[in-house]
Design a protein around this ligand. Structure first.
Ligand code: GDP
Length: 296
């Protein structure tokens, strides 16, 4: 699971502070050097690490001595709060359109887990009393349409498929009409994926955004790809504008650098994390729970 090695390293840093009566600046500096290294080894963005450690030092030095806490406990408390803030503070939630019908565009590079996440999200929404409808708008790879069909069946969600229509924007618009006719209240559009961000993809997604006016554009990014994932998220946000991130494959990521850097680098929150291949392996992302997991 994510953060294993970071967790281990931080615990060893704090272990080194144990038993110290008062922390002197040199103790704090030593601990911060180790924290910095641990974050870099977890593949956290370099700039994010620098800022994190500088803030940490300021807070540790400025901390009032609280009698009820040992110096080690005080440092842990500060690091905990900083990790929570870094990952998005109180945590952001998926929001729904006040109109009563919510359209979500799911975007992402190929292989990140976009189509799987559409199914997981439909499943999660159903469990939360919503009526989702899926739309297959990756018209370039017939296998992608077949895949969404399989996913939709597995999560028992209706899906709009039109193999004769080559225009993804038109499919999205028609899917939206059909969703409302069927009494569904959330449309999840599976968009085309590419190996990298390119102008054609971005233009198509922008055209779709204009036509269906999604309430949310969610980006699936693959935690296993670390800083590449964060850079892709930054690119999508700058060129298209996204509302939130689904961090997939957290179950296989022992480092956690993408999850720790994404909010700070893109300004957009991680709303969900994928924790396995099954369709129920999607959880809302809670920065406070993640921080507790890291600090053990
Ligand atoms: P797409 O090309 O972005 O639509 O990616 P897919 O949805 O086809 O997913 C690519 C692969 O990643 C598939 O084998 C999925 O089962 C797998 N996958 C997606 N999300 C997760 C996850 O959260 N954890 C794990 N372990 N595998 C995932």
């Amino acid at each position: 699971m994510a953060f294993e090695s970071l967790s281990e390293k931080l615990q060893s840093v704090f272990g080194g502070l144990k038993g110290k009566g008062i922390l002197e600046e040199k103790d704090i500096d030593q601990a911060l050097r180790e924290v910095k290294l641990a974050l870099l080894e977890a593949d956290v963005n370099f700039k994010v690490v620098k800022e994190f450690v500088a803030d940490l030092k300021e807070k540790c030095m400025g901390e009032e001595v609280t009698k009820s806490l040992t110096p080690e406990q005080q440092v842990i408390k500060i690091v905990n709060q900083q990790l929570v803030d870094l990952m998005g503070g109180a945590g952001a939630k998926l929001t729904y359109s006040p109109s009563g019908f919510t359209t979500i565009m799911m975007v992402g590079l190929q292989g990140t887990g976009k189509t799987t996440s559409c199914g997981k999200l439909a499943n999660w929404l159903k469990q939360n009393g919503k009526k989702p409808y899926l739309a297959a708008c990756d018209v370039y790879r017939p296998a992608a349409i077949d895949q969404l069909e399989v996913v939709a069946k597995a999560v028992k969600t209706p899906v709009y498929i039109d193999r004769e229509n080559p225009d993804p924007v038109d499919i999205a618009v028609k899917a939206r009409e059909e969703a409302e006719r069927k009494g569904c209240n959330i449309l999840i559009i599976d968009t085309a994926g590419r190996l990298q961000i390119d102008d054609t993809l971005m233009q198509e997604l922008a055209d779709m955004r204009k036509a269906v006016k999604p309430h949310q554009i969610l980006l699936a990014v693959d935690a296993l790809t670390g800083q590449d994932a964060v850079n892709a998220a930054k690119g999508f946000n700058e060129r298209l504008g996204i509302d939130g991130i689904i961090m997939t494959k957290m179950d296989g990521d022992a480092r956690g650098g993408a999850a720790l850097s994404a909010k700070k680098v893109t300004g957009k929150p991680i709303l969900f994390m994928g924790t396995g291949e099954k369709y129920d392996a999607l959880e809302p992302f809670h920065p406070d729970r993640m921080a507790s997991r890291i600090l053990g």
